[in-house]
Design a protein around this ligand. Structure first.
Ligand code: ADP
Ligand code: MG
Length: 420
């Protein structure tokens, strides 16, 4: 009796382990149990079948070796479909043949009938409610054992009445196990479905927020452009005055344009053309471009390129935008002026771009919130710059490490895979 219990507990463990493992391995929001990880799951289920057979239940007579191999087989066939069913059948049949004994033929025949028949139920099964699914696996499991019992009786004349209590116990045992397994899988699937809807909802939420923010931001420049044009229509301004207005209008148009650019970068994360970019040229180029702007605010920009030419892959325009956003934040963080230094280094297959300022710095909490939309400590801030930057750098398979000390300054460290 004790041995039987050990065997049973072992078998239960063997059956549960691939399913638990699946839940750990599967990416969030996968919808179909088994299908997204066909190969892995088939291997895991095969291992589970083999382990069940190697460590079976010991029941009364030697003739009746019993194990739960049918549970992974039936479940695999239902959730995985015919090909997986065939693979699992081969694994279990070969295993059973290797074990040998008189019961071998019936057992293999039994496995074959299950593996061939169950996949046909799959389409209907997938549409069933949870309760019906549970009933279905239970019935399949019972039928399979009944088949075994009657085939034994018919082909080998095994007396049914002698062993009926054993069979009954087996049926209940395997039936319970397969029900438990199906419940566990259905629970996982439901959890994943929930996560999926949640993620979709979250995404929509953030897009609609973003659209609202952008249109709000766009309204300001539009209003002022409209205002100036109305002024010019209403009065006769001198040529000089008109040129001044034109200047302002162009400025407003530019700022609206850059806002739209930011938005597009965020809304269209998929790449078109990827450029091979020289890191030295790009980074130092942006610093040079922003030099006059920084100087006007009392900030000096320095660039230390790497000794050799190094390349990374990415969208040039977006990368420049990301650099501009970082540098502008740095400059804005130094109201009293100061220095900003960019350094480019190579480390094995990585390229590192370090951008340091001597500004106000950030607390740990602030650093953690970087990249979050609308996180801004500035009166006229949008809180979109860092979000765009993070999204661009991540698209380039880069990572961002921020070291900041309140009152001392901030270092942005960007690490990219190096291109040969
Ligand atoms: P915005 O510049 O419009 O506020 P960002 O997304 O560019 O939005 O930046 C978000 C916030 O992160 C800023 O408001 C600022 O508080 C903080 N921040 C970003 N970079 C720095 C920096 N180099 N030094 C100090 N604070 C920074
Ligand atoms: Mg900014």
């Amino acid at each position: 009796m004790f041995e039987m219990m050990t065997g049973m507990i072992n078998n239960i463990f063997f059956i549960i382990f691939p399913i638990v493992l699946y839940q750990m391995l599967a990416g969030a929001g996968k919808r179909n149990f088994f299908v997204d990880y066909r190969v892995t799951m088939t291997i895991l289920f095969s291992i589970s079948i083999i382990l069940c057979m190697v460590f079976p239940y010991q029941i009364l007579t030697d003739d009746y070796i019993f194990d739960l191999r049918q549970v992974p087989l039936i479940v695999g066939a239902l959730y995985g479909g015919p090909v997986i069913s065939a693979v699992l059948f081969l694994v279990s049949a070969i295993g059973r043949i290797l074990i040998g004994g008189d019961g071998m033929y019936i057992a293999v025949l039994n496995l074959f009938v299950v593996a061939a028949g169950v996949p046909f139920l799959r389409p209907a099964y997938m549409r069933m409610s949870r309760g019906k699914k549970v009933a279905t696996v239970f019935i399949i499991s019972i039928l399979s054992l009944l088949f075994n019992m009657f085939a034994g009786h018919l082909l080998f004349g095994d007396p049914i009445h002698d062993i009926i209590n054993i069979w009954l116990m087996l049926m209940l045992n395997q039936g319970m196990m397969i029900v438990l397994t199906a419940l566990l899988i259905e629970h996982i699937v439901r959890q994943e479905l929930l996560l999926n809807t949640l993620m979709k909802h979250e995404k929509l939420e953030s897009v609609s927020h973003f659209a609202a923010a952008v249109s709000h931001e766009l309204r300001n420049p539009m209003q002022s452009i409209k205002g100036f044009i109305q002024l010019m229509q209403a009065y006769d301004y001198s040529r000089d005055k008109q040129l001044e207005f034109h200047e302002t209008i162009l400025d407003e148009i530019n700022s609206a344009e850059s806002l739209i650019d930011d938005y597009l970068i965020y809304a269209k994360p998929v790449y078109g053309e990827l450029d091979r970019m020289s890191v030295n040229d790009e980074v130092c180029g942006v610093l040079k471009l922003l030099g006059p702007y920084a100087n006007s605010l009392g900030v000096e920009l320095f660039c230390h390129p790497a000794e050799s030419e190094i390349y990374i892959r990415g969208d040039r325009q977006k990368f420049r935008q990301a650099m501009v956003n970082i540098i502008r934040n740095g400059v804005e963080s130094m109201p009293e002026g100061g220095e900003m230094i960019a350094r480019i280094k190579v480390q094995a297959s990585k390229v590192i771009v370090e951008i340091a300022d001597q500004g106000v710095g950030m607390t740990k909490e602030e650093v953690e919130r970087l990249g979050e939309p609308y996180f801004s400590n500035k009166i006229k801030g949008t809180g979109l710059g860092m979000m765009v930057t993070y999204s661009v750098i991540h698209q380039m398979k880069g990572i961002i490490i921020v070291n900041s000390e309140k009152g001392l300054g901030t270092v942005f460290k960007l690490v990219f895979p190096r291109l040969e």
